[in-house]
Ligand binder design. Sequence first.
Ligand SMILES: NC(=O)c1ccc[n+]([C@@H]2O[C@H](COP(=O)([O-])OP(=O)(O)OC[C@H]3O[C@@H](n4cnc5c(N)ncnc54)[C@H](O)[C@@H]3O)[C@@H](O)[C@H]2O)c1
Length: 436
Amino acid sequence: MKISVFGSGYVGLVTAAGLADMGHRVLCIDIDPTRIESLRQGKIPFFEPGLGDLLHRNLRGGRIAFASGLDGVHSSSDAYFIAVGTPPMSDGRADTSAVFAVTDTIARESRRSALVAVKSTVPVGTCDAVQQRLDRDCPHPMSVVMNPEFLKEGAALEDWFHPDRVVIGVDHEDAERQMREMYRPLQLSRERVIVMSRRSAELTKYAANAMLATRISFMNELARLCDTIGADVGSVRVGIGSDRRIGSSFLYAGPGYGGSCFPKDVSALVHLGRDQKVVLSVCEATQTANELQRRYVLEKLLALFPEGMSGKTVAVWGLAFKPETDDVRDAPAGFVVRELLQRGAIVRAHDPEAAESFARAYAPGNPAVSYHDREYDCLDGADVLLLMTEWRHFRNPDFDDIRARMRGDAIVDARNIWGVFKLGQRGWRYVAIGMR
Ligand SMILES: NC(=O)c1ccc[n+]([C@@H]2O[C@H](COP(=O)([O-])OP(=O)(O)OC[C@H]3O[C@@H](n4cnc5c(N)ncnc54)[C@H](O)[C@@H]3O)[C@@H](O)[C@H]2O)c1
């Protein structure tokens, strides 16, 4: 099939490279000319394990190309995928303007009937509006399909090629048949396609993220309770996660969820409820608990220094919102570092992938923050070590070396990964979340 993918971010680029690898002829389009130029040279604008190799293979094979607009060949695509951003507006609602800008391009430039598959996460009713716009403005009949994306940054290729499910929201049998055909190579080992209405598919994406975010917030609240009553949230996690009705994933207490999806999608869902006069109190509580949680980490650190943070040096290990990504959008580390800087602290940070994006987003040109390629280098003279992201190489540190380099004796483990080392008994002031 001839396919055009709009957007070359995490979702668009993985979709385009994945479809090309399945033998389709793909054009990936983005309005950012620098991004297109570097993609043409095979350079990925963000960190995603394995994506570089996949892209090079398909560039070499001539199955994928990049452009800032539709070309003569792809204006007669069989399918158009919309994978542009839907960031939060200042009121917390999702901004769908890029989705409609792409809709207008397709209406204007397509030369034949085709599928229009929306991969962007969009409020319920958006696909109906896209369909109406195409019916009104496009000379050829177009079928709009909601095909939400469930990939995880850091494991995007595994998720693309071995998805738990492929949700297809359709209103026409013909569109369903074409979507099934497109995803046939992913269906070889078992049936993964789940078909539903477009509105249900739109809501399914928000519901999945809100459910996962709720589990995290629930455990974070329990962790705060554990801290006050002397229980251990790690034990509670194992105790409830072993119940098959509950399951063990997304039960880790920490500094709260972040990233480009959970915060904005929970917020968009809350607003969707409000617009429909349906109070989504669980989602609202999930959001509130998350905001409290990043502040809770900050307060735990501040409590170690009753004299204040002015002139104190904080070594920060991990800046990305989770390991295996350089994405720092809404990262808990962003909030904590900003608050520390406002209080006069000096920050020495290490992240194997996210230092550059973090500096750009949170502290451009700020001389009070320095970034270090080696995690041990940022410890020199530090009063406290703050662990914000659980990259694998932080799992087995040499605490004697850490102690020799630091001025202070405090560790804040916001990911609860060092409990096993019994640091409290080894002379450290060790602070974790809901455990000692
Ligand atoms: N990142 C994830 O893990 C993830 C997972 C599932 C779903 N989603 C959803 O997928 C969508 C895309 O997310 P992302 O993280 O890939 O976004 P992103 O911000 O990384 O990339 C979006 C890209 O779209 C481009 N763009 C904007 N307007 C355009 C236009 N009119 N034409 C062509 N390109 C345009 C931007 O320049 C940018 O490169 C969002 O709705 C998001 O909620 C994201």
